[in-house]
Design a protein around this ligand. Structure first.
Ligand SMILES: C[S@@+](CC[C@H](N)C(=O)[O-])C[C@H]1O[C@@H](n2cnc3c(N)ncnc32)[C@H](O)[C@@H]1O
Length: 265
């Protein structure tokens, strides 16, 4: 029979063993989580490459996309975004486009107006004059294309400073848009970024048939703006569908029932 002191030793030994095996399983768990994240990243990269191929094949024979040079990295649109935007312009032929955030996407929208649908209209909103100075010379010009420099206005939402373009409703008046591209102003780290689109819905600036594209739909702030947009549509009793696409970044599409087929483009 074991003495009291050796039984105590046994118990503390098994406690030590238990603690170290718990420590090991915590380490395995953390390694598994890290591997899972890496796998997700690889999967996203793979999707991105697939969209890059789709884009290159899709635009080869395009009669209107004359400048096919894109720089899709850093803050710019990614391949999944540019690919579906190209398909939407090519197949749906929107009549009145509103674009938040000048850049790679504008290479597509401006060429669409100039070389495919010169009777359509494009309004681009950009807060950075420097950015306009860098980009505008690269873009084709047309009397239906307006690059609007807009100041930002600030508001607080859930204890964080947020911004949006100032004076937008006054600038646009009662125009109705059938394509709205939400990719500006700069969105990261904000709780309700890029919320001008919500104001536009309340102000009835949406056409009956519409497509709204949100870039960076994987971020918490943009998710809030998307939810607000959906709530504004419900309040106006406007029927809609939502779907997503992703490569290295994620886009959400909110479309009228009549444009539900965009999900299959
Ligand atoms: C997320 S970017 C996207 C702009 C555009 N839709 C595109 O596809 O490139 C939003 C804003 O970031 C700012 N910006 C600053 N540096 C930038 C960069 N290197 N690339 C793109 N946007 C940049 C611009 O003011 C722009 O409106």
């Amino acid at each position: 029979m074991k003495s009291n002191s050796s039984a105590t030793k046994d118990t503390s030994l098994s406690k030590v063993k238990l603690e170290s095996s718990r420590g090991r399983s915590r380490q395995y768990e953390q390694r598994l989580i890290a591997m899972g994240k890496k796998l997700d990243l690889c999967y996203n990269e793979l999707k991105e490459l697939t969209y890059a191929h789709l884009l290159h094949d899709g635009i080869k024979e395009s009669s209107w996309l004359k400048n096919q040079t894109f720089d899709l990295h850093n803050w710019a649109a990614n391949y999944s975004f540019i690919y579906l935007l190209f398909r939407i312009l090519d197949k749906i032929e929107p009549r009145n486009i509103l674009e938040f955030g000048l850049g790679q996407t504008t290479k597509l929208t401006t060429q669409y107006i100039v070389y495919k649908s010169p009777e359509a209209y494009l309004n681009v909103c950009e807060h950075s004059l420097d950015w306009i100075k860098i980009y505008q010379p690269e873009l084709p010009k047309h009397e239906h294309i307006r690059i609007n420099h807009l100041e930002l206005e600030y508001f607080e939402y859930r204890r964080k400073k947020n911004d949006k373009y100032a004076g937008l409703l006054e600038l646009l008046g009662d125009q109705k848009f059938d394509l709205i591209i939400v990719d500006g102003p700069v969105g990261g780290g904000k709780n309700l970024p890029r919320s001008n689109v919500v104001d536009l819905i309340c102000h009835e600036n949406l056409s009956e048939d519409f497509v709204i594209i949100f870039d960076d739909a994987g971020r918490a702030g943009e998710k809030n703006t998307i939810r607000r947009t959906q709530a504004a549509l419900r309040k106006k009793a406007i029927a809609f569908q939502t779907f997503e696409r992703f490569g290295i970044k994620r886009q959400a599409y909110i479309v009228s029932k009549s444009r539900a087929f965009v999900d299959f483009l």
